[in-house]
Design a protein around this ligand. Structure first.
Ligand SMILES: [Fe+2]
Length: 139
């Protein structure tokens, strides 16, 4: 166990492979980008980056997630999918988490660490594999 608050020895980076495919190329490509943003946050934290850089990456995560969720929800609406309501709820919860994280890092009451990176990583892995994959058959 590394004593650093963020370490790739403790939390492995997110790597997109075809097991994550939801059969919609635009959404797959956005999922890849989201993995990269979370990996950037981990790399910044591991290298002891300043708070400003961590906040910038958290903002990127918020903005990119917002765009991605909107695109995903639009596609589900177009397909009249009954999965939409659950997706909207999950997406809103994730964005709330990121807003809360940003506020804590900004105020200094908390900072990015392995626990937070694990949450982000597991959230995306489980969301894609358990929730998003349910709509893969539409495409
Ligand atoms: Fe989703």
């Amino acid at each position: 166990m590394s004593s650093k608050r963020c370490s790739e020895e403790n939390v492995s980076p997110l790597i997109w492979d075809h097991s994550f495919s939801v059969k919609a190329p635009i959404l797959d490509s956005q999922h890849r980008s989201l993995f990269q943003i979370i990996n950037q946050l981990q790399a910044a934290c591991s290298s002891g980056a300043e708070k400003e850089l961590l906040l910038k990456i958290i903002k990127d995560l918020y903005n990119y997630s917002t765009t991605h969720f909107r695109d995903e929800e639009t596609l589900l609406k177009q397909k009249h999918s009954p999965l939409l309501a659950d997706q909207e709820m999950q997406h809103a919860l994730f964005l709330d988490y990121v807003i809360d994280l940003e506020a804590k890092v900004k105020s200094g009451s908390s900072t990015v660490n392995d626990e937070i990176l694990t949450f982000l990583k597991v959230w995306w892995e489980e969301h894609i594999l358990k929730i998003d994959k349910q709509y893969a058959e539409l495409f």
